[in-house]
Design a protein around this ligand. Structure first.
Ligand code: TTP
Ligand code: MG
Length: 350
């Protein structure tokens, strides 16, 4: 595989910075966003030990002069959209993973810039000029190393891993929680077998890790601690659809049979929509006869939804349009025009 260059950008204290930007008198002050729970703290508030997910009550004990601001997600959504539109002008190979962070595959375009660092600085300046906000940049040879790098020089920092040697050199003495996917619980379990630093993993074989922690987590520990990650920046994810089809060796010939099969498929696709935290705008039914005639019928909602009743109504309407129930050899249901639940919830709030 060609040497890749992947960028991970992550806005600094995102919600707090957006609020400060709106009201400059808040600048330089310890501030948290959230009323019951801290969603994020300004860097001044972090000096007091205040962190995301802490109660505001606890945070105020740590810093009596703390300013609290209510969450205004519409504002963060709008800022995020501005940032994403700018990022999309650089290349279409972008994958947004949260309101304030994303991956960019710059492998094909990085040679236009003098150095990777220059690209990073330019990127930061453009975001700052557009939004008044700062971000941190990680530049890696894959998504994993870019993601870890963006955290290293926060705020308004850049860090670069050019290759596995540089990565391992940096990471080996660090606590194992630096690896994305290693949460609190796994950390505790690793500690029980004396794994505290990244390098402690190196004494275990792939086989041993899989045996102890299961296929996916074992492999993750083995590969990620070595800086190995072949996953791609999924830049066209948004246009994907999800669906299921059944083919039959003998044809179906009654409305009841076809309805029953489609109901089951609808249910399966719906479960996937919910599991993958997506919203859908278009439902499609597909039916194929034994002489390979395919009929598809689609229904598009006014706006993306994950509402079971709405989806079901759309599906029932489509089923009502089917006229032929003879010699059916394949039926399918798919949901298209997908978008992330998180974004849709914010978009349609208020
Ligand atoms: P993060 O990027 O994790 O944090 P951050 O941008 O505030 O700070 P950093 O400079 O360390 O990147 O999360 C982005 C936003 O997501 C954050 O501003 C608020 C929100 N958020 C929550 O609502 N709850 C949480 O527990 C976390 C971690 C973040
Ligand atoms: Mg952030």
């Amino acid at each position: 595989m060609k040497n890749r260059v992947i960028i991970h950008y992550d806005m600094d204290s995102f919600y707090a910075s957006v609020e400060i930007n709106q009201k400059p008198s808040l600048k330089g002050k310890p501030l948290v966003v959230g009323e019951g729970v801290v969603t994020t703290a300004s860097y001044e508030a972090r000096k007091f030990g205040i962190k995301s997910a802490m109660s505001v009550y606890e945070a105020k004990k740590l810093c009596p002069g703390l300013i609290t601001v209510p969450v205004n997600k519409v504002l963060y959504y709008e800022t995020s959209e501005m940032i994403q539109n700018l990022v999309k002008k650089i290349t279409k190979k972008v994958e947004f993973i949260a309101l304030d962070e994303g991956f960019i595959d710059v492998t094909e375009i990085i040679s236009k810039y003098e150095t990777k660092e220059k690209f990073g600085r330019l990127f930061q300046e453009r975001i700052k000029k557009l939004t008044g906000l700062t971000c941190s940049i990680g530049i890696g040879y894959n998504k994993l190393t870019a993601k870890i790098a963006s955290d290293i020089n926060k705020p308004f920092g850049i860090f670069i891993f050019n290759n596995e040697i540089e990565f391992i050199q940096y990471i080996k003495e660090k606590p194992i929680k630096i690896i994305p996917g290693v949460g609190k619980k796994l950390c505790e379990n690793l500690k029980k077998i004396s794994i505290e630093k990244v390098k402690d993993i190196y004494t275990y074989s792939h086989y041993e890790l899989v045996k102890k922690f299961g296929d996916s987590r074992g492999a993750m520990l083995y590969y990620f601690t070595r800086g190995i990650d072949d996953s791609e920046v999924e830049f066209e994810k948004k246009t994907h659809s999800i669906g299921h089809e059944n083919t039959y060796r003998y044809s179906l010939n009654s409305e009841e049979d076809i309805k029953r099969e489609l109901d089951e498929l609808f249910q399966r696709v719906y479960v996937r929509l919910i599991e993958e935290e997506l919203f859908c705008k278009t439902i499609t039914l597909k039916i194929k006869t034994d002489n390979f005639k395919t009929i598809t019928r689609s229904y598009t909602f006014n706006r993306p939804t994950s509402d079971r009743v709405m989806l079901n109504n759309g599906y029932e309407n489509l089923f009502g349009e089917i006229e032929n129930f003879n010699n059916i050899r394949l039926v399918g249901v798919s949901f298209g025009n997908l978008s992330k639940k998180y974004f849709e919830q914010l978009r349609f709030k208020n």
